[in-house]
Design a protein around this ligand. Structure first.
Ligand code: 0XW
Ligand code: MG
Length: 369
């Protein structure tokens, strides 16, 4: 089997409802990239990457498409079933830009599933669950509004909530955590995620002020070193997210006993192939993880669900997807949706999502043999 053609689309994803507010970013729309790989057998696979705006991390939508344009000529004629070789060829063609490479990697896993008539999760060792818990991220808001969202989302069936803090007066963050904690029902887990928006002092103070409230403290400070400085100074388990920007960073964090868990975004570390390795690292270290991504539509969502389905036992903390903020689906027959706070593993071969390319318009880029 050989890659015969690579098509790339740009698609706007306006945020439905209020802006998505985090400590350092407020977003009203996203710019995603869809990739379709067509093989000489006629099989097609899809991938997607959607940075969380141009300023969240060193990733941006136009950069993804430019990187894919740099890489694609080196992949024509390659066998998409050989994902290790595909990743090797991508690294030979372009240093870095793991986020862009993740879309190609995803499309190759989609093709593999279709070639072997297997779901991606079954190619990844098999699903240990057929429905996986999602979680809802409560954006930066007043204590009352945050608590109201927490009540509403628990009523919708979510068993894990993530409360955004940071980028504002510490007192407001503390008031928010306390107000949300008042409305949590038994069995609802809370993560307090600063998305790097707190300084070391404020992180210590927030944890101390809320020491009687059980929550996971996610990525409080900007850098790995600042978070490392917090070890032994917090009253809460520390999870890392944004600073785990590749597999080496994950290995270093495990070696340094830097965290009790990880908020993992598949595109940041290079895609499904790398997230499979991250899953194994976390498993041998006994450290829980989420299977998330920065943003994206049904393709990114399906990929997160397939990965989340394979994380064993009590090491899986859920998969966040952007579906609640997106109007419509790429594949109306196989939408990836959250019901009662959980996601079903797509049934079809590969990712189980086949975008209607007629809805995508003219590709931004097409390369072929
Ligand atoms: C909640 N997320 C997975 C979605 C947004 O991309 C931010 C991210 C996080 O946990 O930081
Ligand atoms: Mg996070």
């Amino acid at each position: 089997m050989k890659i015969r053609q690579i098509d790339v689309w740009q698609k706007d994803l306006p945020i439905q409802g209020p802006a998505y507010k985090m400590a350092l970013q407020t977003l009203t729309e996203l710019d995603t990239t869809l990739v379709r790989i067509t093989t000489d057998t006629g099989l097609q696979g899809w991938g997607e990457v959607c940075p969380l705006g141009p300023a969240y991390q060193p990733q941006h939508a136009a950069g993804a498409r430019a990187a894919i344009g740099e890489i694609a000529p080196h992949l024509l004629g390659e066998n998409p079933l050989h994902t290790e070789r595909i990743n090797h060829r991508m690294h030979q063609a372009l240093c870095g830009s793991l986020y862009a490479k993740s879309a190609i990697d995803m499309a190759c896993w989609d093709i593999s599933g279709k070639a072997y008539n297997s779901r991606v999760c079954d190619l990844l060792g098999g699903a240990v669950r057929e429905t996986i818990p999602s979680y809802y991220a409560i954006g930066l808001s007043s204590p009352e509004d945050a608590a109201n969202v927490a009540v509403k989302k628990q009523a919708e069936g979510y068993c894990r909530l993530q409360l955004k803090v940071g980028g504002r007066a510490l007192e407001e963050d503390i008031a928010c955590v306390k107000k949300v904690a008042e409305v949590l029902t038994a069995g609802t887990a809370l993560a307090v995620d600063a998305n790097r928006g707190l300084n070391v002092n404020d992180a210590i103070q927030l944890s101390a002020a809320c020491r009687d409230i059980p929550f996971i403290f996610e990525q409080p400070c900007q850098t790995y070193e600042q978070c490392l400085h917090l070890r032994g100074k917090l009253h809460h388990p520390l999870w890392l997210d944004e600073v785990i920007d590749d597999l080496n960073a994950l290995l270093r964090a495990v070696r340094d006993n830097a965290a009790e868990g990880f908020g993992m975004k598949q595109s940041r570390i290079g895609g499904i192939s790398q997230m499979r390795t991250a899953r194994e690292i976390c498993a041998v270290a006994g450290l829980p993880m989420t299977c998330d991504d920065s943003w994206g539509g049904d393709l990114v969502a399906a990929s997160c669900v397939h990965l989340g389905a394979t994380v064993t036992g009590n090491l899986f903390a859920g998969s966040w997807i952007a579906a609640p903020y997106i109007d419509g689906h790429y594949d109306s027959q196989n939408p990836v949706v959250i019901n009662n706070g959980v996601l079903k593993v797509p049934a079809g071969a590969g990712l189980g999502v086949i975008p209607d390319s007629a809805l995508l318009g003219t590709p931004a880029m097409s390369l072929s043999l």
